[in-house]
Design a protein around this ligand. Structure first.
Ligand SMILES: Cc1cc2nc3c(=O)[nH]c(=O)nc-3n(C[C@H](O)[C@H](O)[C@H](O)COP(=O)(O)OP(=O)(O)OC[C@H]3O[C@@H](n4cnc5c(N)ncnc54)[C@H](O)[C@@H]3O)c2cc1C
Length: 390
């Protein structure tokens, strides 16, 4: 079949790999002019994640690039330690930089798929014989199937299911990440600094110790801004963090020369069906949670299941989409719910909340309990074993 995938971050290239391997003719269209570089580290947990990465043949490559996890050290304005969370807390069993993961998946799939950068789907029209697609720049084309792997603000979801506000709920926080010189003497541990409703943090870049990555999370009602305008997003950050001490002014100065800014709301996507006719959603577009919802592992597993079900159903897309959803809806919902707590956990709204978090997680027993909950969720994620094609 001729298949179009929108989005070339994680879910898109993973799906392109599998569909190409099953013999389909795949095109991936990505809005950005090249593979996006931004983002912090993302992690994999549990047997299902590992099995899929292994079957894709990328596990060793990712292991060679793994960060080893980064401990999170929450500090006072004078850098006195308040709480230290061990590397496995945020880093799971295998942690890599999001940009490196995206690059590995792209390199791994590019000879099985056509990649078109700097374009976006403009319209989709389904009929019995396929889906007619027009693009913002390229020529109109017809595909048998179209997949939305284009993240939280998916254009495929909007064009097929309706406006974003019907499916995406803002969870009260924004997240931003950018790269800058490591003028902070940061080595292994990432440093985290809180004031009520805000987190500022900085960690070393694992590829190049001379570089660092900043990550900010702040509470805010839903903001109106242009998602394609990083300068405007930088202004939002500067004004949200104006007047704060610690390393905040220096981190904000780093915005001037960063390579790429990642800026998004912490939101979750809830939609009561993941497909409509010949169109289906995969990854954050269908069930994202921005941060804390194991979105990366879920996207990888979902791409494997979606392509596997399509092969198992002999190309009957309606049967395949139903089976894909039946199999994943429950475990995905459990993982996604972690996203509801991420903002409140990393940037509690009050001084009392910050102190309570530090006190609770400073207790080894409670910290272990939290680590165990994460392990249980990821080990409950069990998927069908598809017969592989060569
Ligand atoms: C630049 C960036 C940085 C990130 N940083 C982090 C991080 O630090 N920590 C974390 O946990 N998660 C991060 N994420 C989110 C994380 O990648 C996802 O939660 C998860 O991996 C699922 O991936 P996905 O491919 O479904 O969605 P995403 O990773 O969100 O990818 C969606 C892709 O679709 C593209 N796209 C959007 N609109 C269109 C369009 N109209 N046409 C074509 N393409 C489009 C986007 O440019 C992007 O490449 C980041 C995502 C991006 C894009």
């Amino acid at each position: 079949m001729k298949i179009l995938i929108s989005g070339a971050s994680i879910a898109g290239p993973a799906l392109a790999y599998w569909l190409g391997r099953y013999g389909h003719e795949v095109t991936v269209v990505e809005l950005a002019p090249a593979l996006r570089k931004g983002g912090y580290a993302v992690d994999f947990r549990g047997g299902a994640n590992k099995m899929v990465l292994e079957r894709m043949g990328v596990l060793d490559d990712l292991r060679a690039r793994q960060t080893g996890g980064t401990a999170m050290r929450f500090v006072t304005e004078a850098d006195r330690q308040l709480l230290r969370l061990p590397p496995e807390f945020a880093g799971g069993e295998l942690e890599v930089l999001r940009s490196e993961l995206s690059e590995v998946l792209y390199e791994h799939s590019r000879d099985r798929a056509e990649y078109v950068f700097g374009d976006s789907i403009a319209s989709l029209e389904q009929h019995d014989g396929g889906v007619d697609v027009t693009f913002e720049r390229g020529e109109a084309r017809t595909f048998d199937l179209v997949f939305g792997a284009d993240g939280l603000h998916s254009v495929v979801r909007r064009l097929t299911f309706g406006p974003e506000q019907d499916f995406v709920s803002h969870l009260g926080y924004y997240i931003a990440g950018w790269d800058l010189p490591n003028d902070f003497g940061i080595e292994r541990d990432g440093l985290m600094y809180n004031v009520p409703g805000k987190l500022a943090s900085v960690g070393m870049d694992h590829r190049d110790p001379r570089r660092a990555g900043a990550m900010f999370i702040f509470a805010a009602p839903e903001l109106t801004y242009d998602r394609r305008n990083p300068e405007q997003q930088k202004e939002i950050l500067r004004s949200a963090y104006a007047g704060l001490g610690w390393k905040v002014p220096a981190l904000l100065d780093g915005l001037d020369d960063c390579t790429e800014l990642y800026f998004d709301s912490i939101s979750r996507v809830d939609i009561d069906r993941w497909s409509d006719g010949r169109v289906a959603l995969v990854g954050d577009a269908g069930y994202g949670a921005t941060v804390g919802g194991m979105g990366t592992g879920t996207a990888i597993v979902a791409a494997y299941v979606l392509a596997g079900e399509l092969a198992a159903a002999g190309g009957d897309h309606a049967a395949a989409f139903a089976a894909y959803e039946r199999q994943l809806r429950k475990p995905v919902k459990v993982c996604q719910s972690g996203g509801n707590r991420a903002g409140k956990f990393l940037a509690p709204a009050t001084r009392f909340g910050i102190a309570a978090r530090n006190r609770l997680l400073g207790t080894p027993f409670l910290l272990n309990q939290m680590l165990r909950v994460g392990e249980k969720i990821s080990s409950d994620f069990v998927i069908r074993d598809y017969e592989l094609v060569t």
